[in-house]
Write a protein that binds this ligand. Structure first.
Ligand code: UDP
Ligand code: MG
Length: 312
């Protein structure tokens, strides 16, 4: 039997934690009773620098329930950092990551273990429907997956960060040293045998989303720019296109000049200048984004810092 570690990132989740703790305790107890995982399996909560009572609640519950353990990060490192802290800093045979709001069906974890036992190294949780999400969230998420696939990035459609991985997969993940780690695109790059489980995404039990639009857009752009150089190619393409248009324009002016001896007026000049400067600024901006990325990568700053731990 394998030791399972269920990693749950928590950022200001005091409202949702009581029900999550309850559900996870029941689930893991059942899995241990059914001899699906070893009795030393644990649920590991990672407090990602919360400002509310999340850590106090976790410490109290960990002292009561022997299946629970927790670590506290020194500040807010973001969802991906919290997940990595949970996986890299704690030993187990199987790692499962799931959000604290249990929007992803925790009962799938049972099926995930079974799929691992069938010989898979990675099991992705995939959302069948998103009825519970707002239209806006659904639309933006769908657009994101579409754009990613246009740009040639392999991500699993409707899979977020609910997945199970074997120890050797997590060991291989450590070989990806990037700071802008976008797990859902990196895990498929490891390449081990994988399978999927499907579930319906339910509404958040309590509290508010920790991913407001601004964070969501930043996350999406990070995913795109970490995995695709197509935006840079588009800049070059745009350059060629505009140069061609420019050449056509010069030709027209020359023809005009020879036919009635006058040059076109200022309107066309102004139009050209604005269009060209716009395109140049956009191009510089895109190139700048990638340079900024290199800047962040070369610094090799830590992805997380664990400040405190509650463990048996
Ligand atoms: N989260 C985190 N750090 C952050 C933001 C979010 O650890 O900076 C956690 C959060 O507590 C939750 C998970 O990431 O467990 C997903 O966040 P949320 O459910 O708010 O995102 P949504 O489902 O709305 O996209
Ligand atoms: Mg959520």
């Amino acid at each position: 039997m394998k030791k399972l570690l269920i990693v749950i990132p928590c950022y200001n989740e005091e409202e949702v934690l009581p029900s999550t703790l309850n559900t996870m305790s029941k689930l893991l107890n059942k899995m241990i009773d059914d001899k699906l995982v070893s009795p030393d399996s644990r649920v590991h909560y990672v407090d990602d620098g919360s400002h509310d009572k999340t850590w106090e609640v976790l410490v109290k519950e960990c002292n009561k329930n022997q299946l629970f353990e927790a670590s506290k990060l020194s500040r807010n490192f973001g969802h991906q950092g919290a997940i990595l802290a949970g996986m890299y800093d704690n030993d187990a045979d199987l790692y499962c990551t799931i959000d604290a709001d249990l929007q992803d069906d925790p009962n799938c974890i049972i099926e995930m273990v079974k799929k691992i036992n069938e010989g898979n190294d990675v099991v992705y949780g995939v959302r069948k429907r998103r009825d519970s999400d707002t239209f806006f969230k659904r639309f933006t998420a769908q657009a994101f997956y579409k754009i990613m696939s246009w740009l040639g990035v392999k991500v699993i459609y409707n899979h977020a960060d609910f997945r199970m991985m074997t120890k050797r997969t997590v060991e291989q993940l450590k070989q990806f040293p990037e700071r802008n780690l976008f797990l859902r695109a990196v895990v498929p790059l490891v390449g081990f045998k994988s399978d999927m489980v499907y579930y319906d995404r339910t509404p958040r039990l309590a509290g508010e989303t920790k991913y407001p639009l601004k964070k969501m857009l930043a996350f999406a752009w990070n995913g795109i720019s970490s995995f695709s150089i197509v935006p840079l190619r588009l800049v070059t393409l745009m350059g060629f296109l505009i140069s061609f248009l420019g050449a056509c324009f010069i030709l027209r002016i020359l023809i005009n000049y020879s036919s009635h001896g006058s040059v076109s007026g200022w309107a066309s000049t102004v139009t050209l200048i604005t269009v060209f400067s716009g395109v140049q600024l956009i191009s510089l901006g895109i190139i700048g984004e990638y340079i900024a990325k290199i800047f962040v990568e070369v610094k090799q700053r830590p992805l997380y810092i664990v400040e405190e731990k509650v463990k048996k």
